[in-house]
Design a protein around this ligand. Structure first.
Ligand SMILES: Cc1cc2nc3c(=O)[nH]c(=O)nc-3n(C[C@H](O)[C@H](O)[C@H](O)COP(=O)(O)O)c2cc1C
Length: 544
């Protein structure tokens, strides 16, 4: 199904959900669903059930209850931000093909937000004893368990954790998980590794000052704002302004109620409070985006000072864990254009035409493919490989370059390219001293390394041995006319020239398709000779 392009980005989650529904991209589930055991597993099936990416939908659950039988008025949405690139594009108000350009524009031309009073995100305010009473505070919200059977608690996953640098006042908004601990307490996990979470850098500064860190966890802001959370932006770049750049408009912020922070004014839900900088608290286990369960570790303990929300807030949750997932789609569509722009515009790598991050199971970061035009210069291929492996500490542990007739989304095609187009002794390099990146912490070792492979075609190759395109297309018409089972062509599905061919072979092939092979036989009969061994290439002794 094709849809008319939407010209502007939706400026709040509700507008986005309405657009998704109008485009047939949202499925309402009115059946009673248990948020602690059924909700995430149901959505998970669309990533593990063999559906094509285009069949994935946002799910809106309107009849949610907890494992204890408690019913919730608020709906829960999962997959609404990025179950598929089409859903993500809808959140940006653009076509899928324009996502990369819009990211480049948003980062290059941020638009500062506008401060307003009486924001929608404060239609309902929960403070004081209401935060602490049994079933109150966080327990009054339908926050789901993401990985039932392994996770230690319900978690907020679609977060924007807003913090501020105590020295510079620069704001950071990162997507970090936050596990429920009490009706007024959460535990937030901010990555402490090099180039980890921006919020962690702020936490260290508050710790140095001997003060708790003010934080506001925002859930259900406009998609353009939510999308800045997982994006890798420069530490001093304000995500709200980048979101404005993505939307092409100044977005609304308001002052938080109990902490000195500015937050997206049209969000569905805001959890305000302070993070302890003295004591850390055990957090997890929780299913991580690298595809393993993160085991219990000490993380940031947050005391809630206020929960504010819109009336009947829509609680947004993200499917993460094993990839593909909503989390990996969100990162893929944002990271790939950043890499392509960096390699092409900043490093000026010649011949590069595409960057693809490997999504199934490996979670994007470790494996990156580069596509090069045929006849690219070998040293440029290697500059590309090195640039892709060094842009970010956590991305590009394995980088493989292929020629652009190979689709890196098909791992079989990449193996095919490595099998016939690379010679490991010449085309493979292992570089030591890579930092350990996002992954299970029990895999041992303190440092990692990088594997670079040039699997591009270095020389002209004979044509791909499938019938030429015109014959495959003609045969497909016949196939369909006969009523044989529906086809979904898998590349490569037709033969193609790869640089090594000759005019006489072309004329033989054309003669064969006209049924004139006996004429060819007469020609080759004349060319018989006695001075060569079998398997001697004809062109070694004859001019073609
Ligand atoms: C669904 C989802 C959950 C995430 N959870 C965490 C997390 O718990 N902790 C963390 O440090 N990063 C997490 N990330 C990755 C960060 O959002 C990402 O590294 C981002 O760049 C952080 O922003 P920052 O650079 O401003 O810290 C998550 C990403 C997604 C999409």
């Amino acid at each position: 199904m094709t849809h008319a392009p939407v010209e502007t980005a939706p400026l709040d989650l509700r507008e986005h959900l309405a657009r998704l529904e109008a485009r047939g991209l949202l499925t309402r589930i009115d059946e009673p669903v248990n948020k602690d055991t059924q909700l995430h597993p149901l959505v998970r099936w669309q990533f593990t059930g063999g559906l094509p990416e285009s069949a994935r939908r946002a799910f809106m659950f309107t009849n949610v209850h907890g494992a204890d039988g408690r019913k919730f008025d608020s709906p829960v949405v999962v997959g609404a931000l990025a179950a598929s690139p089409a859903i993500y594009a809808c959140g940006m108000g653009v076509e899928v093909s324009d996502i990369g350009d819009v990211w480049n524009r948003g980062i290059a031309s941020p638009i500062a937000p506008t401060l307003i009073d009486n924001p929608p995100c404060r239609e309902v305010v929960i403070t004081g004893e209401d935060l602490r009473k049994p079933g109150g505070g966080l327990a009054s919200l339908p926050i789901p368990v993401s990985t039932p059977g392994f996770d230690s608690a319900p978690y907020l996953t679609a977060t924007l954790c807003v913090t501020k640098d105590p020295e510079t006042g620069v704001r950071n908004m990162g997507t970090y998980r936050a596990g429920l601990k009490a009706t007024d307490r959460l535990c937030v996990r901010m990555a402490t590794r090099l180039t980890g979470a921006g919020g962690y850098v702020h936490w260290l500064k508050y710790k140095e000052l001997g003060q708790p860190m003010p934080i506001a966890i925002v859930v259900g802001a406009a998609p353009v704002i939510q999308y800045t959370g997982p994006q890798k932006l420069a530490i001093d770049l304000d995500e709200m302004a980048v979101a404005g750049g993505l939307a092409g408009a100044s977005l609304r912020v308001c002052k938080a109620l109990t902490v000195d922070l500015e937050i997206p004014a049209d969000a569905e839900l805001v959890v305000e409070g302070f993070i302890d900088t003295e004591l850390v608290e055990p957090e997890g286990p929780f299913g991580e985006s690298h595809g393993y369960i993160a085991l219990e570790e000490f993380n940031m303990s947050m005391r809630v000072t206020a929960i504010t929300h819109r009336k009947n807030p829509v609680i947004c949750s993200i499917v993460s864990q094993v990839t593909p997932s909503e989390s990996s789609v969100m990162k893929k569509v944002a990271y790939e254009p950043l890499y392509l722009t960096h390699l092409k515009k900043t490093l000026n790598v010649k011949g590069l035409v595409g960057v693809v991050m490997h999504e199934p199971l490996s979670n994007l970061r470790p494996i990156i493919f580069l596509q090069f035009a045929r006849n690219s210069i070998q040293t440029e291929v290697w500059r590309g490989l090195q640039g892709a492996s060094t842009l970010q500490a956590q991305c590009g542990k394995i980088v493989i370059a292929v020629t652009d007739d190979v689709d890196p989304r098909n791992a079989d095609a990449v193996f095919w390219s490595m099998a016939y187009r690379s010679n490991p002794v010449d085309d493979l390099l292992v570089v030591p001293y890579r930092s350990r990146s996002h992954g299970p912490k029990t895999d041992g070792g303190s440092a990692n390394s990088t594997l670079l492979i040039d699997a591009t075609a270095k020389n002209p190759m004979p044509p791909l041995a499938l019938p030429a395109r015109e014959y495959m297309e003609e045969a497909r018409v016949l196939w369909e006319k006969i009523g044989l089972p529906r086809l979904s062509p898998q590349a490569p599905w037709h033969g193609a020239h790869l640089g090594d061919w000759g005019d006489s072979w072309q004329s033989f092939a054309e003669a064969a398709t006209r049924g004139e092979w006996e004429r060819t036989g007469e020609i080759t009969y004349q060319r018989r000779r006695s001075d060569v061994a079998p398997e001697t290439p004809v062109r070694r002794v004859e001019k073609n």
